[in-house]
Design a protein around this ligand. Sequence first.
Ligand code: SAM
Ligand code: SF4
Ligand code: SF4
Length: 347
Amino acid sequence: MNNASQSISDQLGRPVRDLRISVTDRCNFRCGYCMPRDVFGKGYQFLKQSQLLTFEEVTRLVRLFARFGVRKIRLTGGEPLLRREIEALVGMLSALEGIEDIAMTTNASLLTLERTRALKEAGLDRINISLDALDPDVYARINEVNTPLEDVLDGIGNALSAGFSAVKINMVVQKGINEEEILPLVERYRHSGAILRFIEFMDVGNHNQWKLDRVYTAREIVALINGDYPLEPVDPNYQGEVAKRWRFRDGGGEIGVISSISQPFCRGCSRARLSAVGELFTCLFATSGFDLRSLLRTGQDDETIAGRIAEIWRNRADRYSEERLAPGNSASPDSRSSKVEMSYIGG
Ligand code: SAM
Ligand code: SF4
Ligand code: SF4
């Protein structure tokens, strides 16, 4: 078979369009909602280099996913900029037939001007940067490291000057922790060209002490911003878009709100995830993945690996966030006790 597109659908009729790739499980931050230090501290066993997919292996898998309609790739982790020469992987992926969009999610602490330019030159189209607060103390309390906030703000500035087709700033809002940072972030990044995105705190993994009453909902976020900066809704860019879009009525740009908890969007979910060791996950809240690396490393041909990918996707029936909200389910974070961690699967 050549690389011509052959669409496949899962059990709920959803195609596969996006592939999120975790390129490392390591991070230089310890955000409590993702890698709490009491679990990911000293003594925690991170993956060895030899366990990680090589760039050639990642590229081969992406080429096979493209056969089935994957057009968008997101490089994430852990912190993707910790993976040495990640620019080279961007270049390899951007040369693949069928891949139309390559994005990265990063904490931007290592996003120097030189690195930003190299990523852009290699073919990175878009970048999402995580920033949960503008107050340095709140920021440090959330990520539990001493990285100067200025490095991250400079990273955002570098991204904005590099000519990416979109720069988005992701804020995870936790009730009682950083909701007071919402309006300062809006004030700073309105009119900047960046799109602010507010994300409800999610019950990913098993260690982030998630509780429903720590979720500051999409509705609350929009009401708060609208009080000071009047908003109006914007139509989605495409069917199944995760963020609900709003724009400032005065022309200050737009924001996105991701309501994974209060208004789940499983019905349009066309995202697959590849862990750093080459396991395919069909849901962010999965308890296990499907090992593709062993196929790569035992000399299987493209047809065998593509067949396995198609088989996994066709069997997919995941709709965790919708099930969480179903009547009778108390939104308990313990409803699955061994969910894979976000830093492993890739956010
Ligand atoms: N280290 C990079 C970063 O922070 O941007 C990339 C990986 S991080 C796991 C990807 C995204 O997941 C970030 O925007 C982060 O804020 C988000 N995230 C992690 N844990 C989350 C949680 N429990 N709820 C909501 N978003 C979460
Ligand atoms: Fe690291 Fe990103 Fe997780 Fe924070 S959210 S600990 S920056 S991987
Ligand atoms: Fe997709 Fe799973 Fe999230 Fe639903 S819960 S939107 S199926 S990743």
